[in-house]
Design a protein around this ligand. Structure first.
Ligand code: ZN
Ligand code: ZN
Ligand code: ZN
Ligand code: ZN
Ligand code: ZN
Length: 586
C-alpha cells in the first residue's frame, strides 16, 4: 500500500490525503505539495473562468459594440476578437522586470490587469456571435465549450452536433432537445446517458432504442412505454394522449419519469471501457483517478473534461487534443504540453503561470502572447537569461511553498457570481468575499420587462401564433429574469412540437448541469439485495422495491461489492455495481 499523508486544506480546513502516487506526481512536475484540497483547488481555478455570463460593451480599440465576458464596468482594456488577434500590437510592449524582493503574484497582477483582454474566445465561427471557448461552429447561438457544430442553440459541450437546443455533453447528435450525455442520437427529447437512440422522449441510460417513452436501462427496443413493451398502435395512442406539445403534458411526464427512474437500478458510474479509473462520465480511459467527463485519456487525476488523448493531466479543467503533462490549469488544449498553472492557453508547451497565450513555448508569468518564446512577465529574454531568471523565481516561490499553487483568487478578472465556479461551488456574496474572491455588482439581464405573460401564452406550441418573436420578452418562472426566444429557436420548437420553455436559458442550463451530479465520489456498497421475481425489468417495481429479473453472482443475499460513486450515500437512487447492473440489462 502506498504511504498516505493527511493534510489540512488551507481554505476549507477539511483533511485530504496525499498519497505516494500524488507525491510522485508533484515531484515529476517539480511543484510543492498543494496547500488546498482537490475541491478547493478546482474552486479556485473555476473562479478564473467565465463561460457564459455575457455582456454587451464596446471594443476599446475599434469601438464596435461586441459581446464580451467582461462587463462594461470592468477596469480592463477589452478588445474584440479581430482587434485582439490582429498583428498590429505586441503584448511584449507591456513587459516588466521581475523584482525578487516582491511577491511574484503581485507583479503578475500588475501586468495581467494592463494587457488587453479578448472579449470572447472563439475561432473560425461562421454567423455565430454569442459563443465562448468554441471553435469551428456555424449558425450557432449561445453555445460554450463546443466545436464543429451547426444550427444549435443554448448548448454546452457539444461536438459535431446539428440542430440541437438545450443540449449538453453530446456528440454527433441531431435535432435533440433538453438532453445531456447523449451520443449519436436523433430527435431524442429529455434524454440522458443515451447512445444510438432516436425519436424518443424521457430516456435514461438506453442504447439503440427508438420510439420509446419514459424508459430506463433498455437495450435495442422499440415502442416501449415506461419499460413495458407496447404495440406500435398503443405507443402512438400513448404519445398522442401525453400531449408533449403542451407545457402541462411535458411536466406531468417529467414528474412520472423521475419517480419511475428512482425505482430502477442505476449503474454506479457512467463508465464505459474505463480501466482502473474512478469518477463519473468516463469513456475509453485508463488509470484516470477522480476524473469526471473524461474520455480517450490516460494517467490523469483530479481532472474534469480531460479528453481526446489527454495524458498525465493533473488538476485540470478542460484539457485535451493531444495534451500531455499539464498541472493545475484550466483550458489547455491542442497539443499543449508541460504546462503548470496556466489559464486558457492553447498549443503551448513549457509554459508556467501564463494566461491567454497561444502557440508559445517556454514562457513564465506572461499573458496575451502569440508565437513567443523565452518571455517572463511579457519581457523578452535570451534562452540563457530566461532559464536563469525562471530558476530564480521558482526558488523564491518555493520558499513560501507557493510554486504550483494556482493564481490567488484576487487575480481573477471575474466576479465569483459570473464565473462558472458558481455552478458547482455556490457561495453567497459575503462568503465569496471572505474567501478572497471578487463579486460582480453590474447587473446582468433585466427583470420585470416582459411583454408576454405566461397566463396569456397558450399551453401548446401549436396554438402559439406569435410571428414576430423578436419583439417579445418572457420572464423565467423560476428566477424571474427576462429572456428571449430567437426566431430559429421558435422554428425548432414548432418543428419538433415542443412547448416554449418557461425557464430562462440559465435555469435550463443549471437544471441539466445539476442533474449530472457532483464532481466527487463516495465509497459505497452495492444496493442490490439479491431478491428476484420480476419477469420484466421494472415490472414488479411499480408497487415498491425493485426486484431483479435474474439470479446474480452473489445469490439471494446482499451483494458484497463496493465502489466509488458520484451518488452520495444519502441519494435516493438504487445504485448497483457493474456486475449486478449488467445482469439486469436486457
Ligand atoms: Zn479545501
Ligand atoms: Zn475591435
Ligand atoms: Zn431563470
Ligand atoms: Zn452488486
Ligand atoms: Zn446483485
Amino acid at each position: 500500500m502506498p504511504a498516505v499523508d493527511r493534510k489540512d486544506c488551507a481554505q476549507c480546513k477539511s483533511g485530504f490525503s496525499v498519497g505516494a502516487e500524488d507525491v510522485a506526481l508533484y515531484k515529476k512536475f517539480g511543484v510543492c505539495v498543494p496547500k488546498l484540497c482537490p475541491r478547493c483547488r478546482a474552486q479556485r481555478r473555476l473562479a478564473f473562468r467565465n463561460e457564459r455570463s455575457f455582456y454587451k460593451r464596446p471594443c476599446d480599440k475599434c469601438k464596435k459594440d461586441v459581446v464580451s465576458m467582461y462587463s462594461p464596468n470592468k477596469p480592463y482594456t477589452v478588445w474584440c476578437h479581430d482587434c485582439w488577434f490582429a498583428d498590429d500590437w505586441d503584448p511584449r510592449d507591456f513587459g516588466k522586470n521581475y523584482d525578487s524582493a516582491r511577491p511574484f503574484f503581485e507583479q503578475f497582477r500588475e501586468l495581467w490587469e494592463k494587457v488587453p483582454k479578448v472579449a470572447l474566445i472563439h475561432v473560425r465561427s461562421v454567423n455565430s456571435e454569442y459563443l465562448n471557448i468554441c471553435a469551428d461552429n456555424k449558425n450557432c447561438y449561445m453555445i460554450v465549450e463546443s466545436s464543429n457544430n451547426e444550427d444549435s442553440i443554448h448548448c454546452y459541450w457539444i461536438q459535431k452536433t446539428r440542430e440541437c437546443v438545450d443540449t449538453s455533453f453530446s456528440h454527433e447528435c441531431e435535432r435533440c432537445y433538453d438532453s445531456d450525455d447523449i451520443y449519436n442520437c436523433y430527435q431524442v427529447r429529455y434524454g440522458k446517458g443515451c447512445h444510438d437512440c432516436r425519436d424518443s422522449y424521457f430516456l435514461f441510460d438506453c442504447r439503440n432504442c427508438s420510439d420509446c417513452i419514459g424508459c430506463v436501462n433498455l437495450r435495442n427496443k422499440q415502442y416501449c412505454i415506461f419499460n413495458r413493451q407496447a404495440t406500435k398502435e398503443e405507443y402512438r395512442k400513448f404519445l398522442d394522449e401525453a400531449r408533449l406539445d403542451t407545457h402541462a403534458g411535458v411536466e406531468k411526464l417529467r414528474a412520472q419519469f423521475a419517480e419511475f427512474r428512482l425505482r430502477q437500478p442505476h449503474k454506479y458510474a457512467e463508465a464505459v471501457n474505463a480501466v482502473n479509473c474512478t469518477g463519473n462520465y468516463l469513456k475509453d480511459a485508463k488509470n484516470c483517478r477522480d476524473c469526471f467527463h473524461t474520455y480517450e485519456a490516460e494517467d490523469c487525476r483530479y481532472s474534469v473534461h480531460a479528453w481526446r488523448d489527454a495524458k498525465d493531466c493533473i488538476d485540470c479543467d478542460t484539457t485535451g487534443r493531444g495534451v500531455q503533462m499539464v498541472y493545475n490549469s484550466h483550458n489547455t488544449g491542442i497539443s499543449a504540453s508541460n504546462c503548470i498553472c496556466c489559464a486558457l492557453c492553447w498549443g503551448n508547451s513549457f509554459m508556467t503561470y501564463c494566461a491567454y497565450c497561444y502557440d508559445s513555448q517556454e514562457c513564465f508569468g506572461s499573458t496575451g502572447l502569440r508565437k513567443r518564446q523565452y518571455c517572463i512577465l511579457n519581457r523578452q529574454y535570451t534562452k540563457e537569461e530566461y532559464e536563469a531568471l525562471k530558476k530564480k523565481i521558482i526558488e523564491d516561490m518555493r520558499r513560501d511553498g507557493l510554486y504550483g499553487e494556482y493564481f490567488p483568487p484576487a487575480l481573477s478578472t471575474f466576479g465569483y457570481n459570473e464565473a462558472c465556479v458558481q455552478e458547482q461551488f455556490q457561495l453567497v456574496k459575503e462568503d465569496a468575499l471572505r474567501q478572497g474572491f471578487k463579486w460582480e455588482e453590474h447587473p446582468r439581464g433585466t427583470y420585470g420587462k416582459e411583454t408576454l405573460a405566461w397566463s396569456a401564452i397558450p399551453d401548446s406550441i401549436r396554438d402559439f401564433k406569435t410571428e414576430d418573436i423578436n419583439k417579445e420578452i418572457l420572464a423565467c418562472t423560476s428566477c424571474t429574469k427576462n429572456y428571449r426566444v430567437i426566431p430559429d429557436e421558435l422554428a425548432f420548437y414548432r418543428k419538433l412540437d415542443i412547448p416554449l420553455p418557461r425557464l430562462c436559458p440559465d435555469c435550463r442550463h443549471i437544471r441539466r448541469f445539476t442533474a449530472r451530479g457532483p464532481n466527487s465520489v463516495w465509497q459505497r456498497a452495492c444496493g442490490c439485495a439479491g431478491s428476484t421475481g420480476s419477469p420484466q425489468a421494472g415490472a414488479a417495481s411499480e408497487n415498491g422495491a425493485y426486484k431483479n429479473t435474474v439470479a446474480h453472482f452473489h445469490g439471494g443475499g446482499k451483494c458484497p461489492s463496493e465502489f466509488a460513486t458520484s451518488y452520495a450515500p444519502e441519494r435516493p437512487e438504487i445504485v448497483y455495481c457493474e456486475s449486478c447492473y449488467n445482469a439486469e440489462i436486457v
